[in-house]
Design a protein around this ligand. Structure first.
Ligand SMILES: Cc1cc2nc3c(=O)[nH]c(=O)nc-3n(C[C@H](O)[C@H](O)[C@H](O)COP(=O)(O)OP(=O)(O)OC[C@H]3O[C@@H](n4cnc5c(N)ncnc54)[C@H](O)[C@@H]3O)c2cc1C
Length: 599
């Protein structure tokens, strides 16, 4: 087998915000570091992030601080977050944003010249540092420039298909160049997974083609565990029309900047859906909500800015009750509330997105929006301080890691998560590698087996086309494990996933190894199926509704379930096993923060 081999201390899989931040830190800690990514450098999913980076910098509200950010994050996650991750995130995010600025990121400014911060759902104070509605682009541009300047090796358009392990842990990774189809292996005692999310398992999603859950599945197969997989975030506002763009994100900044939600009868329906948990802080009348937009200080927030799970469920209920728009969404109106100049300045991407894709002028008419699969809270179970998974030498950061966001992520908390935990993962991975000098070697038989598995779809004749299987999986997850779930539907989903697994074992692809998208999909599909099985099994097990997991047959949160995490591991039959694990105990000094009255 023709194979290119390389040797590093740390290999980072993924070149989004988490991967690049991890690689920079590993390099600065003295490790020989490489980054591998499926797409071109600079094209990772992070580039799509619009609204901003959440960090309690107190630039607009001096009352803001890490304790309030910590409390907002835990409450947004319905207290299922790993408290230590939420604490580190809230404490370290401001430094990570300032560091990004030192490295050349140009944020929007306040009139006083400070980094400007905008409002987002679930955050008590305006705290999202932003660059118009193109924050992810600036974040990636900055990190990418630094990665290149430091001389870190980047393997782009290269897919990792397998992690390599021996009895002591990680020894490297195996993959192929997408353009030529040739194989490549990296020998390394530390691998950082930063592969992002899983949205492509669903039919309607804001996620890009890269989100096939590779890192989740690679980790599970290498012996690591996944946590919180039942929690999938359906962002309340994706485009619903025309069909070709269904699911594309409409940033929460539209609501943060004054946009309101209305049903087909013209009613501002979110006032009917304020949960008790948030009632003290949420406006209950239009006049009260409008006062917040005019003078935010100490006023109760409009209900459109409740956490995403609450807003998505409310939209779903309105549409189900027959009060939706002609294309099955609701109206998001900023045109009647802000001037065209304001909208074009604050939301330039949204303005162009609707003009070009839907022929709608958002400065003059409302948008039609509905929920779209957006983010997975579940991911690799890691140590909060080092991001180490249960397999020695394996680390995970960013969307592929679990625990930080509990059952529901607040907007803006992902970009800060990438920077805080990417840095920590890079540092710990480098330290681990220094202790492993000369220990590892890639065995030929493992490499040959990885190559054989990758080429198997070419060997089978007359098998099924991968695109049909992908379509059926996306439909199954959309119909049966979506925003509202029931036991019979999820049992049916698991039956269908089992049948799809058999079909995947019989896939065949035609043509050559040179850029062959059908082959790429055939290699992605097993990951998508494993991840989908984890979501469906964990969702069936959790008999309550909480955050990004709503059960029609168990409508409310259950205090017992509020103390338990579900852990997915690889079962001996190749499937997924589910275990229960008590939540880590929060120290008293942090628990006290929830007793403090918000100022
Ligand atoms: C439209 C949109 C807007 C958003 N806006 C915001 C926002 O304003 N604020 C916020 O906080 N969050 C936002 N999010 C969420 C946030 O953007 C993501 O959660 C975050 O960017 C994920 O970053 P990451 O570094 O974990 O992964 P990514 O940026 O997705 O990077 C994953 C990397 O892994 C690589 N990869 C994957 N599999 C493999 C493999 N097998 N082999 C090699 N490489 C692989 C990919 O090529 C890519 O380089 C938004 C999400 C979307 C979809």
């Amino acid at each position: 087998m023709e194979l290119e081999k390389h040797e590093y201390d740390v290999v980072v899989v993924g070149a989004g915000g988490a991967g690049l931040r991890a690689a920079i830190e590993a390099h600065d800690s003295g490790a020989r570091t490489a980054v591998v990514c499926k797409s071109l450098l600079g094209k990772a999913h992070t580039v799509m992030a619009e609204g901003g980076i959440a960090a309690a910098m107190a630039n607009l509200y001096p009352e803001d601080n890490w304790r309030v950010h910590f409390r907002d994050t835990m409450r947004g996650g319905k207290m299922l977050n790993h408290w230590r991750m939420a604490q580190l995130h809230a404490q370290e995010a401001p430094d990570r944003v300032r560091e990004l600025e030192d490295w050349g990121a140009l944020f929007d400014r306040t009139p006083d010249g400070l980094i400007s911060q905008r409002d987002f759902g679930g955050h008590r104070y305006a705290r999202l540092a932003h660059v118009g509605d193109r924050t992810g682009l600036e974040l990636i541009r900055t990190l990418q420039q630094r990665t290149v300047a430091l001389g870190i090796d980047v393997y782009m358009e290269c897919t990792v298909t397998r992690l390599l392990t021996d009895e002591d842990g990680i020894i490297g990774a195996f993959g192929y160049w997408r353009e030529s189809g040739r194989f490549v292996a990296w020998q390394a005692p530390s691998v950082v997974l930063a592969t992002g999310g899983i949205g492509k398992s669903y039919k309607v999603t804001s996620n890009s083609w890269e989100y096939t859950g590779d890192g989740h599945s690679l980790a599970l197969q290498a012996g690591a565990t996944l946590v919180n997989m039942e929690f999938v975030q359906f962002h309340p506002t994706g485009m619903v029309w025309p069909p070709s763009v269904r699911g594309i994100l409409v940033t929460e900044s539209v609501r943060g900047d004054g946009g309101i939600l209305k049903n087909s009868a013209g009613n501002r329906f979110m006032f009917d859906y304020i949960p008790d948990f948030f009632r003290k802080e949420t406006a209950e009348t239009e006049a009260e909500a409008d006062r917040w937009y005019d003078d935010k200080k100490n006023n109760r927030r409009p209900p459109e800015l409740l956490p995403r799970d609450e807003v998505a469920r409310a939209i779903n209920s309105e549409v189900k009750a027959g009060r939706g728009t002609p294309h099955g969404g609701v109206y998001l109106d900023i045109a009647s509330r802000r001037s065209p100049e304001y909208i074009r300045k604050r939301l330039p991407s949204m303005y162009h997105q609707f003009r070009e894709l839907a022929e709608v002028d958002i400065t003059a008419e409302p948008m039609e929006v509905g929920p779209t699969c957006h983010y997975v809270m579940g991911g690799v179970e890691v140590d909060p301080d080092t991001e180490a998974a249960r397999v020695p030498g394996l680390y995970a950061a960013g969307e592929v890691a679990g625990g930080m966001h509990g059952s529901n992520r607040l907007g803006g908390n992902s970009l800060s998560d990438l920077l805080v935990f990417g840095r920590r993962a890079g540092q710990a991975a480098a330290e681990h590698a220094h202790g492993c000098a000369g220990r590892i070697e890639l065995p030929d038989d493992a490499l040959a087996e990885a190559g054989r598995a990758a080429l198997a779809p070419f060997e089978r004749e007359g098998g099924e086309n991968p695109y049909t299987v992908q379509h059926d999986l996306q439909q199954t997850m959309h119909d049966l494990v979506g925003i509202i779930r029931t036991a019979p539907e999820m049992e049916l989903a698991l039956e269908r996933i089992a049948a799809l697994k058999e079909r995947v074992a019989n896939l065949s692809v035609e043509g050559h190894r040179q850029y062959n998208p059908g082959w790429h999909l055939a290699l992605d599909l097993p990951h998508m199926l494993i991840v989908s099985e984890c979501i469906a099994r964990a969702a069936l097990e959790r008999e309550e509704s909480r955050g990004g997991h709503t059960r029609d047959d168990f409508p409310g949160p259950d205090p017992g379930w509020g103390k338990t995490n579900l852990i997915c591991s690889s079962a001996s039959d190749g499937g997924v096993a589910i275990g229960h694990q008590p939540l880590p105990q929060m120290p008293a000094e942090l628990a006290e923060i929830f007793e403090e009255t918000p100022s």
